[in-house]
Design a protein around this ligand. Structure first.
Ligand SMILES: C[S@@+](CC[C@H](N)C(=O)[O-])C[C@H]1O[C@@H](n2cnc3c(N)ncnc32)[C@H](O)[C@@H]1O
Length: 252
């Protein structure tokens, strides 16, 4: 009984506590960052892009948008949780881009605080899969479609049916070894990633396996995009095979 209560509290406060304590930022596995790099690599390189990060969390994506900011981009971050948005603003201040970052606290499935057809790129990185009511998730996708300009690009990443915490840690260690050397990889494996797995990935895997959050097949994810009007474009497997990245285009 006590275990169940503890679990319910954990579930309810999972993101907010992770954001406030900064554990979310500190424990993020390298493979997740790699998924963000792959997302950003799909941007066109155009000047003055308006980018919406829908379900932005703590704004980790900002770290990878350096080129886009150099080309004058404007970033909008929306999330349910003020704890995440506070961190987005703080991060933007640290990166010296606060004047080009706007945050809104809002529910993706409700009317968005942005004009229709006003955004060039909408990114939703590991956000919609937590909206487990189908109609609400469809409404969230429809809202993203509506704010996107005709010809604009939509990029979503969501967990796959093959979500596997061990593979994510394994890939993350390998990526760290390649980028920062063997000692950094050993340190992460011994001191950081056990916590990443215990406090984060195992919980997410449980939520996916018990059907509380959505683990997608690529066909199902593409189907949800088509249902709101997107033309489905390229897709790839990311996050050590634990997620799908998929692009959608709003017809001109
Ligand atoms: C796994 S985090 C991802 C955060 C960020 N996109 C990233 O990749 O680091 C999921 C985020 O989705 C947000 N979220 C979930 N449901 C939402 C909703 N209905 N409206 C707005 N944000 C939502 C959560 O608050 C959380 O910040």
């Amino acid at each position: 009984m006590i275990g169940k209560i503890k679990f319910i509290l954990y579930e309810k406060n999972y993101w907010g506590t992770g954001f406030k304590s900064r554990l979310y930022d500190r424990l993020t596995p390298e493979s997740y960052f790699e998924s963000m790099r792959q997302t950003v690599s799909l941007l066109s390189g155009q000047r003055d892009l308006k980018i919406l990060d829908a379900g932005c969390g703590t704004g980790l994506l900002l770290i990878f948008l350096e080129d886009a900011f150099e080309k004058g981009c404007i970033y909008y971050g929306t999330d349910l949780l003020s704890a995440g948005l506070d961190r987005v603003k703080e991060r933007a201040r640290e990166l010296g881009i606060l004047d080009r970052v706007t945050c809104f606290q809002s529910d993706l499935s409700e009317s968005p605080p942005l004009k229709e057809n006003s955004i060039d790129i909408v990114i939703t990185h590991f956000s919609i899969y937590t909206i487990f009511v189908n109609d609400k998730r469809q409404e969230a996708l429809r809202n993203m479609y509506n704010v996107l300009r005709p010809g604009g690009l939509f990029i979503a990443s969501c967990p796959s049916k093959n979500y596997d915490a061990d593979q994510i840690i394994k890939e993350s260690c390998e990526l760290i070894r390649i980028k920062k050397g063997i000692w950094n990889a050993i340190l992460k494996r011994l001191f950081i990633y056990p916590l990443t797995k215990r406090l984060g990935l195992n919980f997410i895997q449980y939520q996916l396996e018990s059907g509380k959050w959505i683990a997608y097949t690529l066909e199902d994810l593409a189907g949800e995009l088509r249902q709101v009007g997107f033309e489905v474009g390229v897709s790839k497997s990311v996050y050590a095979g634990s997620a799908h990245l998929i692009c959608g285009h709003k017809p001109t």
